[in-house]
Design a protein around this ligand. Sequence first.
Ligand SMILES: [Zn+2]
Ligand SMILES: [Zn+2]
Length: 295
Amino acid sequence: MNVTIRRWTNGVGIGLIHIAALAAFIPGMTHWSSVAVAFVLLWVTGGLGINLCYHRVLTHRSVRLLKPVEYILATIGTLSLQGDPVRWVAIHRKHHAYADREGDPHGRDRGFLWSHMDWLYKPNDALENEEELVRYVPDMANDRYYRALPYLQWAAHFALAGLLFAFGGWSWIVWGIFVRLVVSYHVTWFVNSAAHSLGYRTYVTRDLSTNCWWVALLAWGEGWHNNHHAFPYSARHGLKWFEVDPTWWSVQTLKFLRLADSIKLPPRAALQRKPVPVPIPVPVATTRQQPSRGY
Ligand SMILES: [Zn+2]
Ligand SMILES: [Zn+2]
């Protein structure tokens, strides 16, 4: 898709989804069942689809899933309307390669709001070159299922909407689709903004990443983001006993069920290192630098 059109559709789509979510305030549109459905779908589509599959499995290959399970979870991930996995993985790998420097698609060095959501619909140099993005996904670009998924995802979403309407009417549609999407968007975006701004830094990294407890709670463990930038290959992001990481529990459950293997973790010596207070670097304007190959 043309870059300018994509920027427009992103902006209009995000705006319309936020407006549609306001329907939750219409009297009679909110029930305990609709809130419960939204919460369960938030975990399944965001926690399992995006955090586990898109991020830890596909982007960083920190755990390997049985192929059909990987495809199912990737398809479920598309229900978060964050784009197809190939493009999502390419953008996220580029984020790790240039984190918070020129070239980062959502670098925190360009401001909180830019890293949160402005990068999606404003002119963005780091996303202008679509061919360049393909270089980041040599392991996925030729996978026939992932190439078809951008088209299949709409069928999946309409099927979900049909089921929600059949079982719960409009209130399940409003909560299960629109409210869920708004919450899911901002939770994911907080990983790029708040978890590159607020919290503590256990490890010295070349970026602004932080461990932010409330982002971790909202995003099923993804807020332990300084740990993640220090050890991008690790299937476990919460590395201290108090760093709660529900996505890691999902990995362990799938391993127990013999659906996951090849789980990567940081070396024991790194985990036993005492946390030291590391200041959060101040964002500065930077010149183009070589990417790191840390992902
Ligand atoms: Zn990051
Ligand atoms: Zn990552």
